[in-house]
Design a protein around this ligand. Structure first.
Ligand SMILES: [Zn+2]
Length: 294
């Protein structure tokens, strides 16, 4: 996905937390473990990265909570050039999309999630997070947290064309968890069950489906300044998106009671199927709970 170079972007929807400490599970061992699981996921077609959450998710304390507005993120060209600005552009587009579409899911009073970028470690309403956690949505904060160093893996895998799309796919997926928080579906993932038909997997696949819906609608979605931000997606980019859907499983919903769960995100086949369902049918086609086998 590529931004229109001339589109104006509202960067106020994303903030960056500065002053992250050197975390026990920073870019060192935890990062290596993540990469290893990432590769293993590719081989097996099963997302295994959730296993990381067991002992490494929330440790220590003292992560930064001071945040600052992004600077220098004013146009689509900025968003095409830098990760932080790309996050701001994606958030502006997702905000526009869901402000319109939320009603179709019965959400009467839609509000955007908070969205924080961080470096190495940060404190959240779900506990202290490190890079090893990967991108996640924290329901008590109604906030998305992403350590953008996570994207280095994506870039090395998908390259210059696929990387940005995969990054925005992650944002759209986490934004999907926020939508689920508003519809009440999110809590169904916290029943402790695992497996391909579990509620946890159904919730993850629905977030994939919502991401697909946005990818389809993004080029017709106005940002804050009343103009579309993203150019129409190409077939090649869709192929990249489907690859990302099967590989970018490295997120979780970090709820106050859900930390020890080890549900997966579903198989590669399931994730691609539901991304496509959302892409073709929009948000209302994303009822992953209505079918016997999602
Ligand atoms: Zn997820």
């Amino acid at each position: 996905m590529t931004f229109d170079d001339n589109a104006r972007i509202d960067s106020s929807k994303v903030r960056r937390r500065s002053g992250g400490r050197t975390a026990a599970y920073g870019a060192g061992g935890g990062g290596l473990l993540l990469i290893g699981l990432f590769i293993l996921s590719q081989v097996t077609g099963v997302d295994l990265t959730g296993l990381v959450q067991g002992g490494q998710g929330t440790t220590g304390g003292g992560g930064s909570t001071q945040s600052e507005q992004l600077t220098g993120c004013e146009t689509g060209a900025d968003a095409n050039a830098s990760v932080d600005c790309r996050m701001a552009g994606a958030a502006d587009s997702l905000s526009g999309y869901w402000n319109v579409e939320a009603a179709s899911l019965g959400i009467s009073s839609y509000r955007d999630p908070e969205f924080f970028l961080f470096d190495q470690a940060t404190s959240t309403g779900c506990g202290d997070a490190t890079s090893a956690v990967g991108p996640f949505y924290c329901p008590p904060d109604t906030a998305i947290y992403i350590d953008t160093a996570f994207y280095d893996d994506l870039r090395s895998k998908y390259g210059a064309s696929g990387g940005p799309l995969a990054e925005m796919y992650v944002v759209a997926h986490e934004w999907g968890h926020h939508i689920q928080n508003l519809t009440g579906v999110l809590s169904r993932s916290q029943d402790g069950q695992t497996g391909p038909t579990s509620n946890g997997v159904r919730v993850e696949l629905q977030a994939d489906c919502y991401a697909g819906a946005w990818v389809q609608g993004a080029s017709r979605t106005d940002g804050t300044y009343g103009e579309p931000l993203l150019e129409p997606v190409t077939d090649a980019q869709i192929a990249d998106a489907l690859s990302a859907a099967s590989a970018v499983g490295d997120d979780r919903i970090q709820g106050t009671t859900a930390n020890s769960e080890s549900w997966t995100h579903g198989s590669s086949e399931q994730r691609q199927k539901w991304f496509t369902t959302g892409y073709q049918g929009g948000p209302t086609a994303c009822d992953t709970f209505a079918v016997a086998t999602p």
